[in-house]
Design a protein around this ligand. Structure first.
Ligand code: NI
Length: 171
């Protein structure tokens, strides 16, 4: 296991579309997931996408019981999600603050669909299908955006709500 370096905004590898995972339940996939978990935990992240550690794969992990980066967020079950698709269940979007380990120190308000169905596979190829809302839906949309080469600042509509975490949320 190893804590990997997280690529930062400006790195062209974060702007690529990720390729689907083709083989499940392999030692390589298992190792990649272990590295991602360790890297996410070491950085206190709510989620991490494979492209953030330089792997151009449709693989994200997310979930937490309590997260210091998002102290008011309800818990999200820990999930390994591969080759995901997202279907919004209503057109309505809601604003919420987001950050990203690839955009350190900053926070911005991003509109996201309130209610979605997400589908995909776990590391063994078992299918996952969940209907979610709230912060869970937000995290999934944020992480899956990484697989499309989209970072949250590219989704911001009101740039007066974008700035440094320590300024916006002083201790
Ligand atoms: Ni991110």
């Amino acid at each position: 296991m190893a804590i990997k370096e997280i690529l930062k905004m400006g790195d062209p590898r974060l702007l690529k579309k990720a390729d689907p995972v083709e083989k499940f339940n392999t030692p390589e996939l298992d190792q990649t997931i272990k590295d991602m978990i360790e890297t996410m935990e070491a950085n206190d992240g709510a989620g991490l996408a494979a492209p953030q550690i330089g792997l151009n794969l449709q693989l994200v992990i997310f979930g937490f019981k309590k997260n210091d980066r998002y102290p008011n967020a309800e818990s999200v079950p820990f999930t390994i999600l591969i080759n995901p698709t997202i279907t919004p269940l209503e057109n309505e979007r809601e604003d919420g603050w987001e950050g990203c380990l690839s955009v350190p120190g900053l926070r911005g308000v991003v509109p996201r669909y309130k209610k979605i169905i997400y589908q995909g596979f776990d590391q063994y190829g078992k299918s996952i299908k969940r209907e979610v809302d709230g912060f869970h839906a937000r995290v999934v949309q944020h992480e899956c955006d990484h697989l499309l080469g989209i970072l949250y600042p590219m989704r911001i509509e009101d740039f007066s709500l974008f700035g440094f975490h320590e300024v916006i949320f002083p201790e």
